[in-house]
Design a protein around this ligand. Structure first.
Ligand SMILES: [Ca+2]
Length: 597
């Protein structure tokens, strides 16, 4: 591995070992032997497997699964891969070419005892497409199968490759706090001058009251008796957010031109009343066909009509919410839900971004996707975004949903995937973090959830490409995953709520009480970027301001002018550049404090 390769591997959270790129899959090109490849049917699914010329993507042979009787579950018909051996902590990439019916399929990776570990949900088309995903070895065997049981038809596979691409960096998480210090903090100071001369021994008290780094939740108001409590909890734990469903097109405009913005407006009114700096617009479009999306009025006509409707949706709603939504998921789950692209062309994706940028050039525009940090489909997402970048499409952010299901979260894996996305040069938002899944609920114990949530948030906060973290809801009664929230249905905070609150309010806070300015009139401190409440002076004559400290606002200077009357004068606004602002500091008796010169 050359120096650049080594640097990349390290930056991606993998150690810099050399790998030969050997294909671990026996007979993955189907050209000679086909040993190891078998089909599996339950009693309800029926299929045939053949290795034929017409199924070749390259060479003269490919594998063809002909599903002749569909079943109720994907896994009732499977193309099973040759079993492979793995090495612990090694990252493997599976790639293959496939074509087939436009239905949801799943490639699952299990251990040798058939316990499911991870997988990739994919939709094939009538043209050859390359699919890929990564998984992690543990020193035992892996069983891989493409599950094709949901619909009848011919599914072709060729050029199946599994290769080791690196080793996880098991030290990465241990250095999280060092990275957090470097990325999220700066050296700050409050300087006090008396008539332009350094004023020593002036007490300064400071407290971080809001991080610049957005930490938020999906919000879902119900207009019921619980809403007041719900808002109190949202305000306690979060300072950024997203509307869970209300801005999705079918909810926002259920029938053509009958826009229902009331729910979104209510959420924005409330978050703005709380001073939340970031609200995300989710999502301008989602190509999914479930949840009434396929029956939405916009999709009932021709592609030409749909394109007009989509442009109008983007133009109208981004103009309406300009300056309120600062980020948009322009498209949700583009590569997992490609039906609209397969019907009307992938140019739609480019167009949506171009229209969105024109509608609100100040908004940050995201492509949002799942299984790219919580799962191994990062490479597919990277390729899609690289294509947008190569065509100069104005994408300005990467949305990584981070629904982790019931897998154990490994921060080294999180690091590797975040770094693979971060190498695109765009900021990443963790847009929908949660644990548990819709079917099984959250299978973690309270302590496991608390530990895993805190670990993931610490990992993401420590990653240089991550710009913010949003949870997909917080209360079990308003959460898509049974038991998936951080607060019980009965409103009891879970251990996870405490662990999260403690991160932001104990581990990652900055404060000092009555710290004196030094001989240079400076009280210096290292702190998190954000808004602080700062009190200069003491007693009834102390002056308190809310000040922003960040890379561009490192030192706030207070000027005292001894000639002013005996009253505490509050500067209209403390300024970074020293300007006489009339502040004087007095003792409890109203006497001006002596200032050391
Ligand atoms: Ca072949």
């Amino acid at each position: 591995m050359n120096r650049l390769g080594m640097t990349m591997a390290i930056a991606m959270g993998m150690s810099g070992m050399a790998f030969a790129g050997t294909n671990l899959v026996a007979n993955g090109d189907f050209e000679g032997a086909t040993t190891g490849w078998i089909k599996y049917n339950t009693s309800t699914g029926v299929s045939t497997l053949s290795f034929v010329d017409s199924a070749a993507h390259s060479g003269t042979k490919g594998a063809r699964m002909h599903v002749t009787a569909a079943s109720t579950e994907n896994w009732h018909v499977q193309l099973k891969f040759p079993v492979i051996s793995t090495v612990a902590q090694t990252v493997y990439r599976l790639s293959y070419w496939a074509k087939g019916p436009d239905v949801s399929t799943h490639v699952g990776i299990s251990d040798n005892a058939y316990v499911y570990l991870t997988g990739f949900t994919q939709t094939y088309t009538s043209t050859w497409t390359k699919f890929q995903g990564t998984f992690i070895g543990d020193g035992t065997k892996r069983r891989i199968a493409a599950s094709l049981g949901l619909d009848t038809g011919v599914y072709d596979f060729d050029d199946v490759v599994i290769e080791a691409i690196g080793v996880l960096d098991s030290t990465w998480y241990a250095n999280a706090d060092t990275r957090i210090d470097s990325l999220r903090k700066n050296d700050f100071g409050v300087q006090v001058l008396q008539d332009g001369v350094a004023a020593a021994d002036i007490p300064v008290t400071f407290q971080l009251v809001r991080h610049d780094f957005p930490f938020g939740t999906a919000l879902n108001f119900h207009d019921d008796a619980d809403d007041d409590w719900y808002k109190q909890m949202a305000a306690k734990y979060f300072w950024a957010g997203v509307t869970e469903n209300a801005f999705k097109w079918p909810q926002f405009e259920p029938t053509q031109d009958a826009v229902d913005s009331a729910t979104v407006d209510k959420v924005l009114d409330w978050t703005e009343s709380q001073g939340w700096a970031l609200m995300r617009g989710h999502a301008l479009e989602w190509g999914i066909e479930k949840y009434n999306f396929a029956s939405h009025w916009s999709r009932q006509g021709t592609c030409a009509e749909y394109q007009v409707f989509l442009k109008h949706r983007i133009d109208r709603d981004m103009a309406f919410y300009k300056g309120r939504f600062r980020q948009y998921d322009v498209w949700n789950e583009a590569f997992h839900e490609p039906a609209i692209f397969n019907r009307c062309g992938w140019e739609l994706l480019d167009s949506a971004f171009i229209w969105a940028h024109a509608a609100d050039p100040t908004a940050q525009l995201f492509l949002n996707e799942y299984s790219v940090v919580a799962g191994g489909e990062t490479g597919t997402f990277v390729d899609l975004i690289k294509g947008l970048q190569a065509r100069n499409i104005p994408i300005s952010g990467i949305g990584a949903q981070c629904h982790f299901g019931n897998q154990v979260i490994d921060p080294a894996v999180v690091a590797m995937r975040l770094s693979e996305l971060g190498a695109l040069g765009l900021p990443i938002m963790v847009t929908e973090f949660d644990v548990g899944d819709m079917t099984d609920g959250n299978l973690r114990t309270a302590q496991e959830q608390a530990d895993q949530d805190a670990m993931f948030i610490r990992a993401a906060f420590s990653h240089p490409a991550v710009q913010g973290i949003i949870l997909w809801g917080f209360w079990d009664s308003r959460h898509w995953v049974p038991d998936g929230g951080i607060i019980e249905e009965d409103k009891t905070p879970k251990l996870a709520a405490d662990s999260i609150w403690n991160l932001w309010n104990k581990d990652w806070t900055t404060s000092g009480t009555n710290v004196s300015t030094n001989a240079s009139g400076l009280m210096g401190f290292r702190g998190f970027n954000g808004k602080y409440v700062v009190t200069v002076g003491a007693g009834i004559n102390a002056q308190t301001d809310t000040l922003q400290f960040d890379a561009n606002h490192r030192v706030w200077t207070y000027n005292m002018d001894g000639s002013k009357p005996l009253s505490l004068q509050k500067p209209a606004r403390a300024r970074l550049v020293a300007t006489p602002a009339g502040l004087r500091i007095y003792d409890l008796a109203g006497r001006q404090l002596k200032i050391k010169r």
